[in-house]
Design a protein around this ligand. Sequence first.
Ligand code: FES
Length: 265
Amino acid sequence: MKYEDYAQGDAFQAEKRTVFSTQTLPLCADGQLAKPGDFVSATVGGWSVFAVRDKEGAVLVLRNACRHQNMQVVATPAGNCESFRCRFHGWTYDLQGRFVTAPPPVAPKDRQASDLHLPQLATAVASGLVFFRLGRTGAAPQAVTALPAYGGTLTTEIGCNWKVCIEHLLGEHAPSPDFAFAWPLLTVRRAGPLTIMEQVVPHTFLRTRLLTHVFGGPAGEHQAAAATIRHVCEQLQADRAAGAPALDEPMVVAFHKRLAEAYAT
Ligand code: FES
């Protein structure tokens, strides 16, 4: 990896077209969508999407782009609602992303047109998480067996490129039955009765959100660990931008190999 890949937006745009538009990606914990109307939104690798539990209890992932003028419909990271009203001109969608209504001055001429609904993406719920895919094909998420009960999710905003965060998480561990990397954005670690999933959300090329999903115990106890990850990643980002080489632990090297393969597609 060159230092530009961590410090400039071009690599992020390339990753948006390759890694993130073709792979199955995690979005949130299923437990974050406990009730109908619960939603979580994020920009993952440059793609703005949100997950919602509909009135029948199904989880959907939808593109977060209004059919009127392509603006973000869901502007908050998480919440609960009965419908989604775009704040720009008032187009309104139900919990399945279907167009419901719009104020007369901006209403579509044909209210029955099929392209008025928010596009629904391939969605899977597995291992306590919600996954989505932008492409037509892609590997199904691997299931984690014997997962303890969901305990909560911590959100940590980090001023670094997403690859720095992945490298740090991988560099802390040797391959073992208790630690796994689920390419491209998730690590799974067992620690006694706990299973901890660190989900990396590449928000922009220098803004990364880390979701720490804790199973088997309360999430609050992991606040200090998450703060340490943020501190270390921001320091590593500064090092990388100054030209320092990436870590050379085996799992980091394997990650770079996978990235190079994705870039070549
Ligand atoms: S962009 Fe959403 S209503 Fe106009």
